[in-house]
Write a protein that binds this ligand. Structure first.
Ligand code: NAP
Ligand code: MG
Length: 399
């Protein structure tokens, strides 16, 4: 059988623990037998990041920017336990944080739907994609408790020394204060990434804030989204037959619960934090959720939404064949290959990615699945497979 050629390479970022084990099995069984894989490989395993003082992480981010497409395995974000376990020089920053900052990117998460694993929200028939702004607001706040009565003020001292001053509250007793901020440039990047994603996936984009109450702060988000849309995306959206829809956050939440899905929900940082957990839990398993980082200049990095599945890895080290679900990892690869195919104009590679997704979901919908899904399947699973059996069975179907 002749292998499908690739025109350009993708950046491949290997990772840690159970996902690193499955990464190799997926490449050996599902990709390399069919595709003449072209990747630039970066080992983002914890030890390699520590040894290189994260030079490898920065190099991988550079490669994603240069090649336009990357695929990433899950990685450990170190803490004191990991420093001991891996005999590290010290704490290393989150690799996802480094890459997100380098690409100035926004993360989009999408549940992978199955006929036999129903969503707990029965009207959601199509994936609900969540785009979360990953900068500022309450996540970079400054807060204080005040002991008693007094005047709370908001003061801005410009680079030229000029002051702007406003009274927050004449406080009658003890209480709490909080200062938050955001930057126009960050909101602009977020807006662009959302509209680029909507166009790439051909889906409507929804955005919501509380601008009736927060006229200046949330109002600025609303204004910037409208300006970027009108100036850069209006015509492209019209041509693609998709829409940008703005509403109040309470209205958006109410609509989401009675809509069939199939759109991008762009969320401010806090809304995205809370709502992505709601969307993920409604669709059952973290392993049935994909994640893609999109930069405002249209660079894409695909990964699984889950972590390195540490508990399963320790069982694997003891010799157990675990039933870890590899679907999100497989979909990270198919997402990256399909994007490569789209950018390179190589439909054969795109068709391969589509087929691999179809056979993966087909196997599960025919009743053969990993343990996490078997717990929720309706009708009940016919057989529960370990990860290796599951991947072998997909390979059989591909052949
Ligand atoms: P996790 O790896 O997502 O796993 C948490 C639990 O969720 C697992 O113990 C397992 O539950 C279930 N699970 C997750 N993925 C699964 C899969 N593919 N198949 C079956 N079950 C799955 O989170 P964690 O254990 O809290 O974190 C482990 C490491 O991952 C940490 O060092 C963290 O820094 C890192 N992390 C990395 C990323 C990333 O690179 N994107 C994201 C999050 C966390 P059961 O044990 O009950 O089966
Ligand atoms: Mg959360």
């Amino acid at each position: 059988m002749s292998k499908i050629p690739m025109k350009n390479a993708i950046a491949e970022l290997d990772g840690d623990e159970m996902t690193r084990i499955l990464w190799k099995v997926i490449k050996d069984k599902l990709l390399e037998p069919f595709v003449d894989l072209k990747t630039e490989y970066f080992d983002l395993g914890l030890k390699a990041r520590d040894d290189s003082d994260d030079a490898i992480t920065y190099a991988s981010a550079e490669a994603i920017k240069r090649l336009g497409v990357g695929v990433k395995c899950a990685t450990i974000t170190s803490n004191q336990d990991r420093v001991k376990e891996y005999n590290l020089k010290g704490l290393t920053p989150s690799p996802n944080g480094i890459i997100r900052a380098e690409l100035d990117g926004t993360v989009f998460r999408t549940p992978i739907l199955l006929k036999n694993v129903p969503s707990t929200v029965s009207c959601w028939k199509k994936p609900l994609v969540l785009g979360r702004h990953a900068y500022g607001d309450v996540y970079k706040n400054c807060e204080m408790a005040v002991p008693g009565p007094g005047k709370a003020e908001l003061v801005f001292t410009g680079a030229d020394g000029k002051e702007i001053r406003k009274t927050i509250m004449e406080m009658k007793g003890s209480g709490i204060l909080q200062g938050i901020h955001n930057l126009d440039s960050s909101i602009e990047s977020f807006a662009r990434a959302c509209f680029i994603y909507g166009l790439a996936e051909n889906i409507d984009v929804w955005f919501a804030t509380k601008d009736t109450i927060s006229k200046t702060y949330d109002g600025r988000f609303k204004e910037i989204f409208k300006k970027i849309f009108d100036e850069e995306f209006k015509d492209k959206f019209a041509k693609a037959g998709i829409e940008y829809f703005y509403t109040l956050i309470d209205d958006a939440v109410a609509r989401v619960m009675r809509d069939e899905g199939g759109f991008l929900w762009a969320c401010k940082n806090y809304d995205g934090d809370v709502m992505s957990d709601m969307v993920a839990s409604a669709s059952g398993s973290l392993a049935m959720m994909t994640s893609v980082l999109v930069s405002p200049d249209g660079v894409f990095e695909y990964e699984a939404a889950h972590g390195t599945v540490q508990r399963h890895y320790y069982r694997y080290l003891k010799g157990e064949k675990t039933s870890t679900n590899p679907v999100a990892l497989i979909f990270a690869w198919t997402g990256a290959l399909a994007k490569r195919a789209e950018l390179d104009g190589t439909p054969e590679l795109g068709d391969f990615a589509k087929r691999l997704e179809k056979e993966t979901l087909g196997l599960i919908e025919d009743g053969s699945m990993t343990g996490d899904l078997a717990r929720m399947a309706n009708p009940a699973a016919k057989e529960v497979l370990d990860s290796w059996q599951f991947i072998d069975r997909i390979a059989d179907r591909m052949r």
